[in-house]
Design a protein around this ligand. Structure first.
Ligand SMILES: [Zn+2]
Length: 379
């Protein structure tokens, strides 16, 4: 199995699929799954203005609807950035590691699941009562409109959404199998705009410094006491991420400034609660707010899926995983409305970093765990 996983993962890394580009990644997965007997649908979804086109994949093996196990992944990656010690899209094997942008997040997960599913089909043929559905999206890192959201709409029309879904995002923490995600905190981005009156900073009273008001508002929000009742989630947390001002001289109070802040929030809040809190606090500092909600917090505490993944992990690694609702958001926030989900994958240590890499042994280990999971699911 390892040769298959390495070869498929390397082929995927060599596709420079920085969102929303595809560069052959979806076809690479589709070709592999077709050869394994899957019926594949490569789907291009366009933005309403026609500017953005994203390639996605829906693949299905089996015709029975009794049990439908889904796997959800994304083939797009974040930009490579600079100062790598190897070429980021060359899929270099070095000292027992496979290097490449996206190997952890999450081309390794896709390769491991496709190979595990193919092996399961080789061993069982049609002697299992159910179907395997694989969904791969092309704009998870930025967007989701022409990826998971359009793909779900397409699936609803054709009635092929899975009942249970495994997401292959990196979830392991210190070693393979030590952590499984069953949910994530919500995420909201807020653009804070401050407008004042320009003036010489020596002439207090003649200007209103937009930047001072903005900084005071951010300080106030950084000190806000968030409640933390639902202990299955980490505490709600706010972070400023960007600060802009159009100033051109050191002795001028800037007329306009703005900042971006992000809140990761537990199930103690929903996005409407947060909007109210942020607006209430904004009044005092004369700033205006624009909200962009990525998704509310969710937790899928499905005992069946938890026990299946736990025993699959235990069989391969001896580990008993922790079930967590920490980590970043994933396409799971859209799938949770339609099916049970569980998220398990490679180590999260160097995702989105330079020199992103995964141990070859871990890739094989992941594929074995996925295989054990599929076997249990249909037994
Ligand atoms: Zn990811």
């Amino acid at each position: 199995m390892i040769d298959d996983v390495l070869s498929l993962c390397s082929k995927l890394i060599k596709c420079k699929s920085v969102t929303p580009k595809d560069d052959g990644a979806i076809d690479c997965v589709a070709d592999y799954l077709s050869a394994a007997g899957f019926e594949t649908n490569v789907l291009n979804f366009m933005s309403p203005d026609g500017k953005n086109r994203v390639k996605n994949l829906f693949a299905r093996y089996g015709t029975s609807d009794k049990k439908i196990l889904g796997f959800l992944g994304h083939s797009d990656v974040v930009p490579a950035g600079e100062m790598w010690k190897v070429e980021p899209f060359d899929a270099v094997l070095k000292d027992g590691y496979l290097y490449g942008r996206g190997v952890c997040d999450m081309k390794g997960g896709i390769a491991a699941f496709c190979c595990a599913a193919s092996e399961f089909i080789m061993q069982n043929g049609d002697n299992f009562d159910g179907s395997i559905v694989i969904l791969i999206t092309g704009d998870e890192e930025i967007g989701t409109e022409q990826g998971i959201r359009a793909l779900i709409d397409w699936c609803k029309e054709y009635g092929k959404l899975p009942y249970d879904c495994l997401i292959g995002e990196p979830s392991s923490h210190e070693k393979m199998g030590d952590r499984v995600y069953i949910g994530h905190r919500g995420s909201i981005n807020i653009k804070v705009k401050s407008k004042g009156k320009q003036g010489h900073i020596a002439q207090q009273g003649r200007y209103v410094n937009s930047l001072s008001n903005l900084c005071k508002y951010i300080s106030r929000m950084l000190e806000y006491e968030w409640k933390h009742k639902d202990k299955s989630f980490p505490k709600t947390n706010l972070e400023p991420t960007m600060l802009f001002t159009n100033n051109y001289a050191e002795n001028v109070a800037p007329e306009e400034s703005s900042a971006n802040i992000n809140i990761r929030y537990s199930s103690d809040y929903n996005s409407e609660d947060l909007k109210k809190i942020c607006e209430q606090e904004a009044k005092e500092y004369n700033v205006s707010l624009d909200f962009n909600v990525s998704g509310d917090a969710y937790c899928c505490d499905d005992e069946k899926l938890k026990s299946l993944i736990s025993s699959a992990i235990n069989e391969v690694t001896g580990e008993s995983p922790e079930f967590s609702c920490a980590g970043g958001t994933s396409d799971g926030r859209y799938m949770i409305k339609y099916c049970n989900i569980i998220e398990f994958g490679l180590l999260d240590a160097n995702m989105h970093q330079k020199n992103e890499r995964a141990k070859v042994d871990d890739l094989l280990c992941l594929s074995k765990i996925y295989h054990a999971f599929i076997k249990r699911y249909f037994s």
